[in-house]
Design a protein around this ligand. Sequence first.
Ligand SMILES: [Zn+2]
Length: 202
Amino acid sequence: MARCLLVLPLVRLLFLAFTMALAGCTARPLSATSVAPLASHVEVPLHLYVGVNRRGPVVTPEMLGEWVGQAATDFAAAGFSFEVASVQYVPAASIDARTRRGRRGLAELGAGDGVHIAVAGPLRRPRKRATTRGSWLPRQRVIVLSTEANRTTLSHEIGHAFGLEHERAAKNLMCSCDRDPQARFSELQLAQAATAAARWQR
Ligand SMILES: [Zn+2]
């Protein structure tokens, strides 16, 4: 009996590892909703790059603090936290995701450890009215935030950086929609993110 009690959690862990590996291969979100987040604590370093134009920095430290604080709250249940490892002020044009030069600059940022987050200004392309609040650039391995980002944008983009796909429900933080202000990650998403986050930590 005691042996069975030991084996059962082990089987559950193996199943979890297997389903995650499968999710990584197929790049499809899983439909199960009740998987406990991993218990181990992981601290993920964040590196922030703030664009500076003629009028000064494009975002205030308070705005950045609000975004990072919200992301820390949203991911806390996954058993990991964020540590702002560095904040650098750089010319906004050098990290503007809308230009080739800017994307080259962003790629140089993403080469190091941790999660790299750049804010250069609005992300609206010329002649397009739609607002892009943020974006995860997998090639450059950088999150770009628009100065029009809202409270949940950073959490959503970190979710992408940790391999999460879009969800339909507005109450889920991975919805690519006008999200509910109370939007949250599901337990399964948090477990997936925690596994990915462990790889980002050195
Ligand atoms: Zn998205």
